[in-house]
Design a protein around this ligand. Structure first.
Ligand SMILES: [Zn+2]
Length: 430
């Protein structure tokens, strides 16, 4: 058992910020067993080792709900929209993962950098290559973070080097599920990953949905990101009433489905997503980078759609969820500047923190065991030096202001230590 003393900050519900300036967090093995004001905890747990981390802060670990491991190597290639960007910059990079040594080295860089930014849970797309995906799972296991991952599935309209056979794609995915879903004391999970409707045959989508149901695995894909993509989907699936309906009619919408983007959705699509219990992943940096659009985030949230945040590297430009939270606030302000409607009120930093922690946990069905600093949650948390991003070095300030600086002026040095399941995965305790 270990009692940490620090400023505790989390966002257990949307819009709330819980700040305990002189807080205590009691750890026992993988879990948080007590949390609150230090002066109340100390007498309850007399004799337990105390580490005084003041003036540092403790926040819940950050949850990146949508990111492409192989695209980290091809990040920040400006100038194109989604479909030509995939052809020009992304597919050649993904093809290199046929060499498992390339894939393993890339996975080391990717998971190392994600952890250094404070990501404790990452939901990841690998490439189509089963061996590369297996190597990425091995690296994730060794690094100790929580990871939901799956090999990319694409059996039509793909470049020759990345075109799969339907049966092979499904068979390899099931073998990876059997090896990794629930592995590493439950830190690793499998997500079937049909890339997006235009590159998946009906048989592949149906097979992926069936494997998700059979094994209780997650399923992740892209939805309604770019206008040219929407037109392509409509031409390929004339019988479907919408893009979302393509996934619904092929059995891909369930309570473990994560849908990246969801910018241009009509009311029946939103109703279908809600009814299925699926979640949307807002990736504002990527949506700006590829000129895809601005998700009406607050409208979707107020309708009751579960939404988390994702970096979507490589169209996202960094693995930092701090930057993603700031970008979610920024693009919401640009949208509001145009509409000035109450339904488009700008996102606040506290709301963004909720989406990147408890909101992401809820989208994954992990809400009872991660995303906040409550007793009973798994000990996934960060030790942060909140003075780092502040040029004024104000020791006393409102938590909302300090959080705002952490988001908008994030830098790697402010993340001092990263814990997953109570185990130090990055940095050192200050
Ligand atoms: Zn993506």
């Amino acid at each position: 058992m270990l009692l940490l003393r620090a400023h505790l900050l989390d966002a257990p519900s949307f819009g709330s910020l819980r700040s305990i300036p002189d807080g205590g967090l009691l750890l026992d093995g993988v879990s948080i067993v007590d949390a609150g004001r230090f002066e109340e905890l100390a007498p309850r747990h007399a004799g337990i080792e105390v580490r005084d981390l003041r003036p540092h802060w403790i926040l819940p670990g950050l949850i990146d709900l949508h990111v492409h491991l192989p695209q980290y190597e091809s990040v920040a290639m400006d100038g194109l929209e989604l479909l030509p960007w995939l052809e020009t910059h992304i597919f050649p990079g993904e093809a290199r993962f046929a060499d498992t040594a390339v894939a393993r080295a890339a996975a080391e860089r990717f998971f190392g950098d994600a952890l250094a930014w404070g990501t404790t849970t990452a939901v990841v797309y690998s490439t189509i290559h089963a061996e590369a995906t297996d190597a990425a799972f091995q690296v994730a296991e060794a690094r100790g973070l929580r990871c939901v991952m799956g090999k990319m599935m694409m059996d039509r309209h793909a470049p020759a080097a990345l075109q799969e056979d339907t049966e092979t794609s499904l068979r390899q995915s099931e073998a990876l599920i059997q090896r990794w879903h629930g592995a590493a004391e439950g830190r690793l999970h499998y997500a079937l990953a049909p890339r997006f409707a235009p590159m998946c045959s009906p048989a592949l989508m149906r097979g992926a949905g069936a494997l998700s149901e059979k094994h209780g695995a997650f399923i992740q894909t892209h939805l309604s990101e770019n206008r040219e993509e929407l037109a392509w989907v409509a031409s390929l699936f004339p019988e479907a009433s919408s893009y979302t309906d393509v996934y619904a009619r092929h059995g891909m919408l369930n309570g473990r489905t994560l849908l990246g983007h969801g910018i241009h959705l009509d009311a029946p699509e939103r109703a279908a997503i809600r009814a299925a219990g699926a979640a949307l992943v807002h990736c504002p940096t990527s949506n700006a980078f590829l000129a895809s659009g601005i998700m009406p985030l607050r409208r979707w949230l107020e309708e009751g759609l579960p939404v988390g945040l994702g970096t979507d590297v490589g169209a996202g430009t960094t693995l930092s969820m701090w930057h993603e939270m700031a970008m979610a606030c920024t693009v919401s302000k640009l949208r509001w500047a145009d509409t000035r409607g109450a339904a488009d009120r700008p996102l606040k930093p506290a709301e963004a923190l909720h989406l990147a922690t408890a909101g992401g946990a809820k989208a994954l069905g992990f809400k009872d065991h991660s995303g906040t600093l409550d007793p009973g949650r798994l000990a996934d948390f960060l030790v942060v030096d909140a003075r780092q991003p502040d040029p004024g070095q104000r020791a006393e300030d409102e938590p909302e202001r300090i959080l705002s600086r952490l988001l908008y002026r994030a830098q790697p040095a402010m993340v001092k230590a990263v814990f997953v399941d109570g185990r130090l995965c990055h940095g050192t305790l200050p």
